[in-house]
Design a protein around this ligand. Structure first.
Ligand code: SAM
Length: 275
């Protein structure tokens, strides 16, 4: 008998992956967590029935959350990751020697625990001495840490369950207040095929708070539609002003100095969403 994991990306469309082993299936205090082995994508973490990360394609998302903001900020010493319990964004942040401390705040300690056990190539830097891991609500954390961070990355689940508040205007205002005077924030902002409204709303809200707002995209095959967006809000530094020659060649598999500016070039139907 074959076993397949299916994620319904809309009420009438989804993806399905052949499963060879189930390592964990647990209802945590916050979400329905599974860790499964898939034939196509390797080990896969899902939360509330949605693909969070897979060993085979995770590098795209984690590199594209971390590097554009960290090469745009001239001196990103203190970085916050809201969510990100699988550790992938933290792994990418650790490639930047200027970062003195990276704080990860994830609401669900089980995600961290199981990612360390079953996703060692993704979660391996969570024990780095430059990293502090906090199990808490990211919304609470930013309101308790004003004027603290150079860069804040929001690596949250979709706006469901505990992550709903992480897409609110109040949260983005809280991020603005938690950033230093030249701080930068970036959030994953879903896909333009099924979540156009979300991209529009976030863009409108962030534009009311930050002077510089940029949207970029990347191809993530296991995420809904495969076309993923990221929204960056900056108090002072513009990612489009970063010279390619000033960007180091990090040990990456997707992000490159040449791709940095190109990622901000959007298809017309996405441009039209954020005009
Ligand atoms: N890359 C994935 C995506 O784009 O959907 C996200 C991966 S990461 C595992 C998402 C994390 O957000 C989860 O570990 C979840 O526990 C965390 N999270 C959800 N709501 C949160 C909140 N209010 N505060 C902190 N972390 C939260």
């Amino acid at each position: 008998m074959e076993l397949w994991y299916t994620e319904k990306q809309t009420d009438s469309f989804g993806i399905t992956a052949k499963v060879t082993e189930t390592y964990v299936r647990e209802q945590t205090d916050f979400q329905d967590l599974s860790m499964i082995e898939t034939e196509e994508w390797g080990t896969m973490l899902t939360l509330d029935g949605m693909v969070m990360t897979t060993v085979r394609d995770e590098f795209v998302y984690h590199e594209m959350v971390a590097h554009p903001a960290l090469v745009t900020h001239p001196n990103p010493e203190y970085v916050l990751v809201v969510g990100g319990g699988d550790g992938g964004v933290i792994r990418e942040i650790m490639k930047h020697p200027k970062v003195k401390k990276a704080v990860l705040v994830d609401i669900d300690g089980k995600v961290i625990e199981y990612s360390k056990k079953y996703l060692p190539t993704i979660a391996g830097e969570l024990d780095n001495p430059r990293v502090e891991v906090i199990v808490n609500d990211g919304y609470m954390h930013i309101h308790d840490h004003k004027n603290t961070y150079d860069v804040i990355m929001v690596d949250s689940t979709e706006p469901v369950g505990p992550a709903v508040e992480l897409f609110s205007k109040g949260f983005y205002q809280g991020i603005f207040d938690a950033l230093k005077e030249d701080g930068i924030f970036v959030a994953q902002t879903d896909n333009p095929w099924f979540k156009a409204d979300l991209i529009q709303t976030v863009n409108r809200d962030v534009k009311e708070i930050f002077p510089i707002v940029r949207v970029y995209s990347a191809n993530i095959p296991t995420y809904p539609s495969g076309l993923w967006t990221f929204t960056m809000g900056s108090k002072k530094h513009d990612p489009l002003q970063v010279e390619e020659s000033a960007i180091p060649e990090f040990p990456t598999k997707y992000y490159t100095p040449r791709l940095h500016k190109a990622a901000f070039v959007l298809p017309r139907f996405v441009e039209d969403l954020i005009k």
